[in-house]
Ligand binder design. Sequence first.
Ligand code: GSH
Length: 205
Amino acid sequence: MLELYFRPMACSLASRIALTEAGIEARYTEVDVTTKKLTESGADFLPLSALGQVPTLRLEDRSLLSENSAVLQYIADRAPNAKLAPPSGTAERYLLQQWLSFVGSEMHKSIVYLIFSPDSNEGALAFARKRAEKSLPVLAKHLAGTPHLLGESFTVADAYLIWALLLLRFSAFELDPAIQDYLGRMLARPAVRDSIALERRLSGR
Ligand SMILES: N[C@@H](CCC(=O)N[C@@H](CS)C(=O)NCC(=O)O)C(=O)O
């Protein structure tokens, strides 16, 4: 059985959504990413993830995989019938990777991380706002013309984007109507709704 190391409401939420959408049963092990310990057992997390980051996925052969983009694509490929990623080697698969990278580098690390990091000073916040002024209109324009990032099908890139947008919504960010409509549609999906409800309960938020 796959085992997902996660922190409630962190970016590993995307992997939970993907596993749920795929109908893959998995073990979920909570991590305190501040102390780098597993919440329940108190065991060290750093031997499992050199950066001490979630998501980390333990595969059935006991090996470990990290980084959202890799973990999400792995989950998608485990359940091809769920169509959470276009087949490898197709033009559409590269588009999936394009959007996973967009969410990972342009949104997660350049905006969301800086807004929520307790280490961010005014300069960091100003940088995040500036990046948001560039990236969010690009996203809004794209989402105005498509039901999902990749057209008709929900993919793991949507799972990652949902998490980033949820956090932006918690902050003072004004989201474009096209982005709000998209998020509303995504939150109506049972796998998304249930995953978020469960992690909100676990996080106490
Ligand atoms: N490059 C990683 C970043 C993952 C990441 O930033 N995870 C956060 C939670 S959203 C984390 O574990 N932070 C703890 C830390 O960096 O010490 C990826 O794309 O998966």
